[in-house]
Design a binder for this molecule. Structure first.
Ligand code: PGA
Length: 255
C-alpha cells in the first residue's frame, strides 16, 4: 500500500494472556511477521508478560509496547509501573489515555499529558488515545470532545516530542462492539485531528505524526480503513489476540 507515512499497526492485548499464552502467540507472530519491514508492527501485552515477550522479540522487527504507565518517576506508588521500568525491558511504545482507562480509572487529559511527558523523557513513544462516546457523537459534540482531548493530552509538548508520538483515534462506540466507523467518519476525524495539530504545532509536525484508527479493526475492514489518506495505522484489540487475524490485518495492507 502506498502511504505518505509508514503504517504502524499495534495489537492491544488488554487484560488477556498468561505468560505461557503470550509466549505462544508472540512466537507465532514472529514467524509470520518478524522480518517484514513495510509496516511497523507493535504488540502490547499485559505487564506480566512483557519480560517474556521482550526476550522472544530481541532479534525481530516487531516492537514491544505497554498498555499504561505511571506519570511518577519512582517511589511509594503501590501497584504502579514507571517508564524507566518499561525501558529496562526494551519496551518502545506505551498506550496512554485508552478509553477504558479514561472510563474505568478516571484518567483525564491532565494525567494523560503528565504520562506522555514522563514517557518521552524516558525515551518511550506514547500512543495517545482519543475518541468520543456514542452519546457525544449523537449530541454533535465529536469535534469538541476530540479537539479538547488532543489539546489537553499534548499540552506543552514541543515539535520534536510530537514527531515521536502516535495518536490513536478510537470512537468509544466502535471499541469491542463490532461496529466500525465508516470510511467517511474515520477520514473526517483523522483529517480534523491532523488539522488541529497543524494549528498548534505547524504543518511539518502535522504531516509527520501518525494517526491510528482503532475500534473493531479486523481482516475484513483493515485494508479499506488503512488506505484512507489520513489513517496511518491501526490499534487493534480483539483481533490482535489470534495469530491469524492479526497477521491478516497486516498482510492485507502489504503490496
Ligand atoms: P477492538 O479494541 O479492536 O477490540 O475494538 C480496540 C482498542 O480498544 O484499542
Amino acid at each position: 500500500m502506498n502511504k505518505e507515512r509508514k503504517l504502524i499497526i499495534a495489537g492491544n492485548w488488554k487484560m488477556n494472556k498468561t505468560v505461557g499464552e503470550a509466549t505462544d502467540l508472540i512466537e507465532a507472530l514472529k514467524r509470520e511477521l518478524g522480518t517484514q519491514t513495510e509496516v511497523d508492527v507493535v504488540v502490547c501485552p499485559p505487564f506480566t508478560a512483557l519480560n517474556a515477550v521482550s526476550a522472544i522479540l530481541k532479534d525481530s522487527r516487531i516492537r514491544l509496547g505497554a498498555q499504561n504507565m505511571s506519570e511518577q518517576g519512582y517511589g511509594a506508588f503501590t501497584g504502579e509501573i514507571t517508564a524507566g521500568m518499561l525501558r529496562d525491558l526494551l519496551v518502545h511504545y506505551v498506550i496512554l489515555g485508552h478509553s477504558e482507562r479514561r472510563e474505568y480509572h478516571k484518567e483525564f487529559d491532565v494525567l494523560v499529558n503528565a504520562k506522555a511527558k514522563a514517557a518521552l523523557a524516558a525515551g518511550l513513544k506514547p500512543i495517545v488515545c482519543v475518541g468520543e462516546t456514542l452519546a457525544q457523537r449523537e449530541d454533535g459534540q465529536t469535534d469538541k470532545i476530540v479537539g479538547d482531548q488532543i489539546a489537553g493530552s499534548l499540552a506543552g509538548l514541543d515539535n520534536n516530542q510530537l514527531k515521536d508520538m502516535v495518536i490513536a483515534y478510537e470512537p468509544v462506540w466502535a471499541i469491542g462492539t463490532g461496529k466500525t466507523a465508516s470510511t467517511e467518519q474515520a477520514q473526517e476525524m483523522h483529517a480534523f485531528i491532523r488539522g488541529k495539530i497543524a494549528k498548534s504545532h505547524g504543518e511539518d509536525v502535522a504531516k509527520a505524526i501518525r494517526i491510528q484508527y482503532g475500534g473493531s479493526v479486523k481482516p475484513a475492514n483493515a485494508r479499506e480503513l488503512l488506505s484512507l489518506p489520513d489513517v496511518d495505522g491501526a490499534l487493534v484489540g480483539g483481533a490482535s489476540l489470534e495469530v491469524r487475524s492479526f497477521t491478516e490485518i497486516i498482510t492485507n495492507t502489504l503490496n
